[in-house]
Design a protein around this ligand. Structure first.
Ligand code: ADP
Ligand code: ZN
Length: 752
């Protein structure tokens, strides 16, 4: 096959940008996407290393759209292919997949479409691609480029090695002139090397993007009472889908069951289930029918669900690589998301045993070292994102503003006395007690363990009764981390005092402690960090914006169910959030929302506009004010000027047709029926036209006496009143359309 990308790249970039707007509804490329696309359009091999959610798909999909021919995408998982193809189709891009789940006759249809040049993207599994006959078939297809997704699967060093991938090197021999782009979220050196050599890439340009995921709020919490913390969190975020990761299958099942008893739609997922069971749970999660999945790490690899709003780690992950990959499943749409890690010292002990058991000494050493880095992250008192990025050899120059430490910097105080109380209690109970019992002794509890050991007789019994359990828990962990004691896990996790601990006990050393912070505080920004955090925070619960967002989500879910696609394929959370904030009620306004392309506007635009109108407070273009009645003068003046000058105001043919029908004497209802448009759309047209200064017969919508009544009500309520106030004040006698039209009419009367 000859090189189909002969056009100079610079000629194609504007087309690429237009395609981004038209098909995806995005105004700009993200950093690197533009360069990557330019490189590919120049016909060069390309390697893309970008974190999950970074926007890799666009990097090959846009070149596919603007080039002649078909882009063949190799993808390892059937679920992933299905997802991407659905998303492409929803954007109006011709795409299909062929794998073992597709029947023969359907495959034939797809093949025909590819040969005739009607497919922009064709997804295949690696086995299929290299199977007998398929390569020959591909010879008849005009292939624009090959995209190898999840390219790290080629490396046996990686965590996700797939032997089929190693055969992909053959592509270069069969299609020496077709560019290959390899994409992955794994950035380590060995994987990168394997990708380049095994795929026989020709002088590839490697794009390594930042691995930062600034929209994820990083939080670490104490490990006590995790289950209630989880329930509490979900209670405060009842609409947000999320994943809880835990270590064992049994824990998975228990937690999921507990959540269910609280009325939470939760399911579990682990390798001990049959593929059918797993498939059903995954599907329900994708469709937002299950809010929460409690899973072992096996879950989440093959899914593209972009609206996962939070990820929790019930247990400490083995290493930072795993942790980062798992939290990366949250917030792929770029909207604010949360990662919560529960951490206790006992977890470290347990994990240490696990990672060193039955492995060669060298491996055990490496695993322990990695675990220690994980522990340092969990115990850190400085910006967590800095630590993470630093681990991946990236430097963040400022505090991130979106982790628990940045949001709520811990204050320190002289904790020597507190530490002495704890050390003394350990000492007097002959170093036989573990953390929980020690806290009970300090707090003067009278339970069986305390009484049996005779600990109610020691001098320090009850010496710390002024502090709550959670405070002690936090302080004792800080002391452990500071090396004042260690845990003898072979002796029932008893605490033993170190040399350093003795020094503190004797008053030779002082100990600063960090004030204990209750859990929810970490989710809320402090005044100081608000600015940084605001970029990554959603509308506060209960505000009109948040309420509209919930309504928009419900509409999205209803549409998704009807069409049999996952809700995030309809619109991403980020898109709905922008809609809730901007309240667009016109074509132009809706197309201005990031994530609303032409096709999606045609398919869903009307339904969403209708909902926003019903919610009572849409902002019509050309206004940008909150209330229809406070429309700023300059804008109107400009609209009028545009009209007379025939300036580059967007011409709206549909709106024009509606106005013509109105002038012929048709009612909005008639027009709606005649034109097959929703009534709300017709009303939007009429309002927008009237706002632009066109002459309409206002009395067709509101009579003179009604206008007077509305005017009086407005005068009574004052200028700051919202449309909703007016609506309520007039006891719902008029609909919003009438109120808006009346508002414009009054404004004209005043000569504004
Ligand atoms: P990856 O494959 O790297 O995990 P995706 O390609 O799925 O990431 O993109 C993640 C999200 O970001 C998707 O919702 C996608 O539509 C969105 N996205 C990609 N590029 C842009 C862009 N230029 N502007 C806005 N959103 C984008
Ligand atoms: Zn931070």
């Amino acid at each position: 096959m000859s090189d189909t990308l002969t056009t100079a790249p610079t000629d194609l970039l504007p087309a690429a940008r237009q395609a981004l707007k038209r098909y995806y509804g995005y105004d700009n490329f993200r950093p690197m996407q533009g360069d990557i696309i330019q490189n590919i359009l120049g016909g060069r091999d390309t390697v893309v290393l970008m974190p999950t959610g970074g926007g890799k798909s666009v990097c090959f999909q846009i070149p596919a759209v603007v080039s002649e021919g078909t882009c063949v995408v190799v993808s390892p998982l059937i679920a992933l292919m299905k997802d991407q193809v659905e998303a492409l189709k929803a954007n109006g891009i011709a795409a299909a997949y062929i794998n073992s789940s597709v029947g023969q006759s359907e495959s034939n249809d797809i093949a025909r479409a590819a040969v005739s040049g009607h497919l922009k993207l064709l997804y295949v599994s690696p086995e299929k691609l290299l199977s007998e006959g398929f390569l020959q078939f591909l010879n008849r297809v005009n292939i624009s480029l090959f995209a190898i997704d999840e390219a790290h699967c080629i490396s046996s060093w990686g965590h996700d090695f797939r032997p089929e991938y190693t055969q992909l090197g053959a592509l270069r021999n069969h299609f020496p002139n077709t560019p290959i782009i390899a994409l992955t979220a794994t950035a380590d050196r060995l994987t990168k090397r394997d990708i380049i050599t095994q795929l026989n890439l020709h002088e590839p340009k490697v794009f390594l993007s930042s691995f930062d995921r600034p929209n994820i709020n990083l939080i670490v919490r104490g490990g006590q009472d995790r289950i209630n913390s989880i329930i509490d969190y979900i209670g405060r975020h009842p609409q947000d889908p999320g994943i809880v990761y835990c270590l064992s299958r049994k824990t998975c099942e228990t937690i999921a069951a507990k959540l269910k008893t609280k009325g939470i739609k939760a399911g579990h997922y682990h390798a001990g289930m049959t593929p059918n069971q797993r498939g059903a749970v995954q599907e329900a999660f994708l469709q937002d029918d299950l809010q929460v999945i409690v899973a072992t790490i096996a879950f989440g690899m093959g899914i593209d669900k972009s609206n996962v709003r939070w990820v929790m780690h019930y247990n400490l992950p083995k290493n930072i690589e795993g942790y980062y990959q798992e939290i990366g499943r949250a917030g792929r749409d770029g909207a604010p998301s949360t990662a919560i890690l529960f951490y206790s010292f006992a977890d470290v002990m347990q994990m240490r045993e696990m990672v060193t058991k039955d492995v060669p000494a060298r491996q055990a050493q490496l695993n322990t070292a990695k675990l220690e880095r994980m522990q340092q992250f969990a115990e850190a008192a400085s910006c967590r994102r800095k630590i993470l990025l630093n681990y991946f050899s990236e430097t963040l120059h400022e505090e991130c503003g979106n982790c628990d430490i940045c949001r709520n910097p811990p204050t320190t105080f002289d904790g020597t006395l507190i530490a002495q109380k704890a050390l003394s209690a350990v000492f007097r109970s002959r170093e036989k007690v573990a953390i929980n019992l020690l806290i009970d002794i300090l707090r003067g509890m009278r339970n069986q363990a305390v009484l049996q050991g005779g600990y109610d007789q020691i001098k320090t019994y009850g010496a710390g009764s002024d502090l709550p359990y959670l405070d002690w828990y936090s302080y004792i962990h800080q002391m452990l981390n500071d090396g004042l004691f260690y845990i003898a896990y072979e002796e029932g996790y008893a605490l033993k005092i170190t040399e350093r601990g003795h020094q503190v006990l004797k008053g030779q050393l002082t100990l600063p402690l960090k004030k204990f912070q209750p859990a929810e505080k970490a989710e809320k920004p402090t005044r100081a960090s608000k600015k940084a955090a605001s970029a990554a925070s959603t509308a506060a619960v209960g505000t009109p914006e948040a309420q509209l967002f919930d309504k928009l989500r419900r509409l999205r879910k209803a549409i998704a169910d009807e069409q049999g696609v996952p809700p995030y394929v309809v619109f991403s959370d980020a898109t709905l959030q922008e809609m809730a904030a901007e309240r667009p009620v016109s074509r132009v306004g809706m197309l201005g929302i990031s994530g609303v392309g032409m096709k999606k506007f045609e398919t869903y635009g009307e339904a969403f506009i209708k909902l926003i109108l019903e919610d009572g407070g849409g902002q019509y273009v050309p206004s940008d004010s909150d209330s229809m009645f406070n429309e700023p003068r300059p804008r109107l003046a400009k609209a009028a000027a545009d009209k007379t000058a025939g300036a580059d105001k967007p011409v709206n043919d549909s709106e024009d047709a509606t106005v013509q029908f109105h002038q012929m004497g048709l009612t909005p209802e008639d027009i709606s029926e005649r034109r097959g448009l929703a009534l709300s759309t017709v009303k939007t047209h009429l309002y927008t036209a009237y706002a632009k200064g066109r002459e309409l017969r206002i009395q067709d919508f509101v009579s003179d006496s009604e206008l007077a009544e509305i005017l009086t009500a407005r005068a009574q309520l004052g200028n700051d009143a919202s449309l909703r106030d007016l609506f309520d004040h007039l006891r719902e006698k008029y609909d919003y359309f009438q109120l808006r039209m009346a508002g414009l009419y009054h404004k004209r009367l005043r000569g504004q």
